[in-house]
Design a binder for this molecule. Structure first.
Ligand code: FES
Length: 69
């Protein structure tokens, strides 16, 4: 993931900021919007934000499974 890439252009929120919010416990679109301000402009990025959140959570699950084995 390119952490510098912008996920929300209206609020200049990067992939990295979304990732940090999800890893910090924001596990829903609403929580990520509250934590980062993303999605509060035109709203067009919201579907993509949901996809990104799912992707990051899957990555975290994989990491957790690795840690157990
Ligand atoms: S691009 Fe995110 S609210 Fe407009």
């Amino acid at each position: 993931m390119n952490r510098r890439k912008e996920a929300c252009h209206c609020r200049n929120v990067t992939y990295g900021m979304i990732e940090d919010a999800v890893r910090g416990g924001a596990d829903t679109l609403q929580a990520v919007m509250d934590a980062t301000g993303a999605g509060r402009g035109c709203g067009k990025c919201r579907d993509f934000l949901e996809y990104l959140i799912r992707d990051i959570r899957e990555e975290m699950e994989k990491e957790a499974n690795h840690a157990v084995q």
